[in-house]
Design a protein around this ligand. Structure first.
Ligand code: VGL
Ligand code: ZN
Length: 197
């Protein structure tokens, strides 16, 4: 069984959003067109409380894209984005959300960020997605969405480590690219055994 995992195709990651990924909206229609080819479609939704610890505004004297040391390791500080219930946290209006059988929200704990659809950024706290996929007999994953070098990357590497056969459709992802993070992500995914298509 083969699932399509659509990562964070939300207004705040699209042009005009709070943490816009360049040309992030280009992938929406082709993702919709792809959905019919899979046994299951899962969406992820970045879903932060106001004042989340990944927001620069939460840390005195810090600016977006600065780094801080969290108890679980280094963390990039972001502009406020994907605040629970805000328009920016909604999926892109043209994304065919009704096709999804599961929407998994992440980043909802104030003290910890969660890039991956499987584990929060401590690499330990599970989101529950692994159990959902396994109990449905899903062993192959194709990943698309935003952003290539953060949430897609962390999700793909975790999935490969968990033993899923993972393909990332690079043509249906767009990246943020902070200080070479895009190339590092591509190298890391390849090393983890992810197929980059
Ligand atoms: C993401 C930064 C912060 C992503 C989410 O979806 O890639 N990036 N939160
Ligand atoms: Zn976030």
């Amino acid at each position: 069984m083969h699932a399509l995992i659509v990562i964070d195709v939300q207004n705040d990651f699209c042009p005009g959003g709070a943490l816009a990924v360049e040309r992030g909206d280009e992938i929406v229609q082709p993702i919709n067109a792809l959905m019919a080819e899979f046994d299951a479609v899962v969406l992820t939704q970045d879903w932060h409380p106001a004042g989340h610890s990944s927001f620069a505004s939460t840390h005195a004297g810090k600016a977006p894209f600065d780094m801080v040391e969290m108890p679980y390791g280094p963390q990039v500080l972001w502009p406020d984005h994907c605040i629970q219930g805000s328009p920016g946290a909604n999926f892109h209006t043209e994304l065919e959300v009704d096709r999804a059988e599961l929407i998994i929200r992440k980043g909802f704990r104030a003290a910890i960020d969660s890039y991956s659809a499987f584990f929060e950024n401590d690499h330990t706290t599970p989101t529950g997605l692994e159990g959902y996929l396994r109990t449905r007999g899903i062993d192959r994953l194709t990943m698309v969405g935003l952003a290539t070098d953060f949430c897609v990357n962390f999700s793909a590497v975790d999935a490969a480590k968990l033993g899923f056969a993972v393909t990332v459709r690079q043509d249906l992802c767009r990246g943020i690219d902070l200080d070479g993070s895009l190339q590092a992500a591509l190298d890391g995914m390849k090393e983890a055994g992810v197929t980059l298509a």
